[in-house]
Write a protein of this length. Structure first.
Length: 108
């Protein structure tokens, strides 16, 4: 799925187009420059689950009603129907990690 900004091909990494490898060089392409920090700095463990699936699964199960779940599934299905089968299968597996019902209905 591409955002219509004139970009050709996938707009995310890693992706199938470059064999699952990242080609983005954070420091060079993001304009990252080291900076001096004064004061107390600490690493703090985030309170949220450290995965990509808990929050969307909770949204689908506990926040959405049946109508919203159906709309979400229909929107996703219409967005992925034109892409290659192997990528669709990977997407269904990914959505299943968020919620089994979501993955199952999307796969249908």
């Amino acid at each position: 799925m591409n955002v219509s900004s004139g970009i050709k091909g996938p707009n995310y990494e890693p992706n199938s187009a470059n064999n699952g490898k990242n080609s983005f060089d954070f420091n060079a392409q993001a304009g990252y420059k080291p900076y001096v920090v004064k004061g107390l700095v600490a690493r703090v463990k985030p309170w949220n689950p450290e995965d990509d699936f808990s929050q969307p699964g909770t949204l689908f199960r506990q926040v959405f009603d049946d109508r919203q779940r159906t709309i979400t599934i229909n929107n996703l299905a219409s967005s992925i129907k034109g892409i290659k089968q192997d990528i669709r299968e990977r997407l269904v597996k990914m959505f299943s990690k968020a919620d089994g019902e979501l993955g199952s209905r999307l796969g249908q």
